[in-house]
Ligand binder design. Structure first.
Ligand code: F6R
Length: 606
């Protein structure tokens, strides 16, 4: 949440800040701002709303100078208005912040008592005042910055400019990520490698508690104890080209179409096509563990929920799954021998990270299935199991979800073989099935994209939509409903199909579309009965099934036919029509599918 860029550069800073903020907009887009050391002193421009609003402000009132700071905000403390937009200002200091300062109320009371006045409702302004107070007391910029950091509890990535220090940008991280970018005679700080991607691909990731002063040619990095340290400078692949939309109208559309490749690249780390074997990328031994605890939020949680069915059914491995925000605060009784596995696109989600750290502190072995290879989770876990979906820009997760499923299903096969639940021939068959998934993903897009359009148009007029599924398709029903809510703002709920008669059936009438996800698997007959119950109450059924399911579909149901596939990869393939439906309903409603209101891509606050 919130994106930060800081530049000590050789060319005008403001346009570069804008370029970077556009790449960071996925982290939040409630307001945006830029501060620059101009010939007349430190100055800022801010705007409520998207980066394009800030661009318009800058066009009317440009900022001249080569050293600057930018921010795109996802509001936590204080409404998303101009007053609360960053950079926040106090005396000589302009400051941008990603995170939450938990003790801001007491610090603010103390600062007010000391005679300071506040312009905003943000926790960030408190930090700006603390730094300025240090400067007033005669501390040098870096010392004033560190003194302020010492007073903070909570999570932050910070960037600061100080009046008169025209070749200096300060940065710090605790709980929220920050990178240092090394350019040619210029330096950067940014929320992630994408932020500095337009300017350099050489980055160093700050550790927890680190703070940094960058000048035109160097970065002085200090750890939490104030000791000067070196952090490895790596060349990263987050090239600007990877995050272009190409010929697609939206990133969501592009990323849905990226899925065959995302699946293919991910499989390359998990299966050996020649030997017909599946494995964790680091050859993890699943006979070492007694159970798995899957931890995730949102869409990643639904991938984990689907995986639980498969780990227990195919690998006979007891598996628990819980949303990380619940797990972390309820003092769970985790059995010894449990492997804690986080599932996360960003690798930065605050709740998932905290749950993972909790498990680590309890002595559990930890693993993470993560799409962002340089993220905090990637660096903290014992076993990193990457997905290779590439940068996902649309706030609605699509290709990261199917890449997570690809990794999880591969791990299920590996665990099943290692634990003696399947023999080599069955492993080979399942690996072959997984290797067919990229082709089937292309096919399901081709087969359903057009067929969904008229249905999407009708659903765009609905007030409520229900999604039903059984077994692994239950997780997809939840995911389908989440995608529709995010993409179109239509109220949608997912249920286990068998639960419908325990309450949700009361909602069924002729105006309530019911999307049923049911390939022709062992549960099909049962789900067909649920369809009949809906139809008997004049509900509008849209059945997403395969050719065999179509042959047994009730005549009243509208049908979308996905390719026939093995049940083990059905969650992967059947996810696609649900994503396409949400996208098309969003388009029909004129919604901003890539950046829906109130959301952010990377949820680094709790
Ligand atoms: C929904 C969506 C979110 C994320 C959730 C977890 O489309 O994208 O529900 O899945 O915020 O994020 P990660 O996977 O980054 O931990």
């Amino acid at each position: 949440m919130c994106g930060i860029i800081g530049i000590v550069g050789k060319t005008p800073a403001a346009p570069r800040v804008i370029e970077s903020l556009k790449r960071l907009e996925y982290r939040g887009y409630d307001s945006a701002g830029v501060a620059v050391h101009t010939p007349k002193g430190l100055d800022r421009r801010r705007a409520q709303g998207r980066i394009r609003e800030l661009e318009a402000v800058l066009a009317a009132e440009p900022l001249e100078g080569q050293v600057g700071l930018g921010h795109t905000r996802w509001a936590t403390h204080g409404a998303p208005n101009l007053r609360n937009a960053h950079p926040q200002k106090a005396g000589r200091v302009m400051l941008v912040h990603n995170g939450i300062i938990e003790n801001f109320a007491e610090l603010k009371a103390e600062l007010i008592a000391a005679g300071r006045t506040f312009e905003s409702d943000t926790d960030t302004e408190v930090v700006a005042h603390l730094i300025d107070q240090g400067l007033e007391q005669g501390l040098a910029p870096l010392a004033a910055f560190k003194a302020a950091l010492n007073r903070l509890t909570g999570a932050y990535a910070l960037g600061a400019l100080i009046e008169g220090e025209t070749q200096l940008v300060l940065g710090a991280r605790r709980g929220s990520p920050l990178v240092v970018g090394y350019g040619d005679g210029e330096m950067f700080i940014g929320s992630d490698a994408l932020a500095v991607g337009p300017f350099t691909n050489r980055v160093a990731y700050l550790d927890e508690g680190d703070y940094v002063a960058i000048g035109p040619t160097s970065a002085e990095i200090y750890n939490a104890d104030g000791v000067r340290v070196q952090r490895e400078v790596r060349t990263v692949a987050a090239s600007a080209a990877l995050v272009e939309k190409g010929n697609y109208r939206h990133f969501m559309e592009k990323e849905i179409h990226d899925q065959p490749d995302a699946c293919r690249y991910t499989l390359s780390s998990y299966v050996d096509p020649i030997g017909g074997q599946a494995r964790a990328p680091d050859a993890f031994d699943f006979t070492r563990i007694a159970r798995i605890q899957l931890l995730a939020c949102g869409t990643a949680y639904y991938a984990a929920l689907i995986a639980r069915y498969l780990f227990e059914d195919i690998a006979g491995l007891p598996t628990d799954v819980e949303v990380a925000s619940e797990f972390r605060y309820r003092n769970p009784a985790v059995a010894p021998g449990t492997l804690a596995v986080a599932v996360s696109q960003s690798g930065e989600t605050a709740d998932t990270l905290a749950a993972l750290r909790w498990c680590k502190a309890k002595g559990l072995t930890t693993a993470a299935i993560v799409n962002a290879p340089e993220s905090t989770m990637s660096r903290e876990v014992d076993h990193l199991w990457p997905t290779h979906a590439g940068p996902e820009v649309c706030v609605l997760s699509t290709k990261a979800f199917t890449a997570q499923l690809t990794a999880l299903i591969s791990l299920v096969v590996a665990a099943a073989r290692q634990r003696g639940r399947i023999d080599a021939a069955e492993e080979k068959r399942l690996v072959q099935t997984l290797l067919e998934a990229p082709r089937l993903l292309s096919q399901v897009i081709a087969d359903t994209e057009e067929a969904l359009r008229p249905i999407a148009f009708e659903i765009s007029r609905a007030r409520d939509v229900l999604y039903l599924g059984r077994g692994p398709m239950y997780g997809l029903a939840l995911e389908g409903a989440l995608k529709l809510k995010e993409g179109s703002y239509i109220h949608a709920e997912g249920y286990a199909a068998g639960e419908m008669k325990h309450g949700p059936i009361a909602l069924i009438d002729e105006s309530t579309p019911v999307i049923i996800v049911a390939p022709s698997d062992a549960a099909f007959e049962k789900t067909r009965s649920n369809m009949s119950e809906v139809i008997a109450r004049n509900g509008q059924v849209v059945l997403i099934t395969d050719a065999e399911g179509l042959a047994h579909a009730p005549a009243e149901a509208r049908t979308i036919v996905a390719p026939t596939c093995d049940p083990v990869i059905a969650p992967l393939i059947f996810a696609v029509p649900l994503q396409l439906l949400a996208y098309q309903v969003g388009l029909a409603k004129g919604a901003d599918v890539d950046q829906p209101r109130n959301l952010a891509k990377s949820v680094t606050v709790e």
